[in-house]
Write a protein that binds this ligand. Sequence first.
Ligand code: URA
Length: 222
Amino acid sequence: MALPAAIDPTRAPPEERPRAGLVAAEHGADLALVERAAEGCHACDLWARATQVVFGEGPVPARLMFVGEQPGDREDRAGKPFVGPAGGIFSKALGEAGIDRETVFVTNVVKHFKWRPAPGSKRRLHERPNKAEVGACLPWVEAELRLVRPEGLVLLGATATEALLGWGVSVTRDRGQQLESDLAPYVVATVHPSSILRAGPRREAAYDAFVADLRAVAELIA
Ligand code: URA
């Protein structure tokens, strides 16, 4: 079905692309068209210093959808979500929980890498996106949700949890439990896999707890 030109999101002004993408997804646009519109998005300033937009990846529809914060250095270069160090932990944990990464949709709430230069080096250091940047980008993940229609939605870390569920949920307190939300039949928040990399001597325990949360999700949708 061809999309009427009036709601083709690739024709929308760069500042208005996120909302145009969501409207298009609601009217039958496919993921490829919505992603193409996102490639020209200037709804906040992050596009200017990022290499490219990093949109979600995976089957559409999919039974499970995972949402992280924003692409990191490796993701920014590759144009794919969760392919760097945090992605390595994430993929390994998925496997241990009996979830095949190829069958799930993986994305982020913010689609461009926000970074600052490391003093005296060429390294790019992750910077947390602010409220305005998260708000500007939010319609893209809403469009992905619309298209993917997951049975289980898993929010990885505080940025994704706060963006999609608001302030009432604490990842530390509520992790691994089924949460009240209209976004999907089952919604669960857990830690961001990068927190496991930073857990020092608690790393093994943090990883095991993450796998346990993923197992709980797999059981919920089984
Ligand atoms: N962290 C995220 O939140 N997303 C990625 O894609 C990579 C690291």
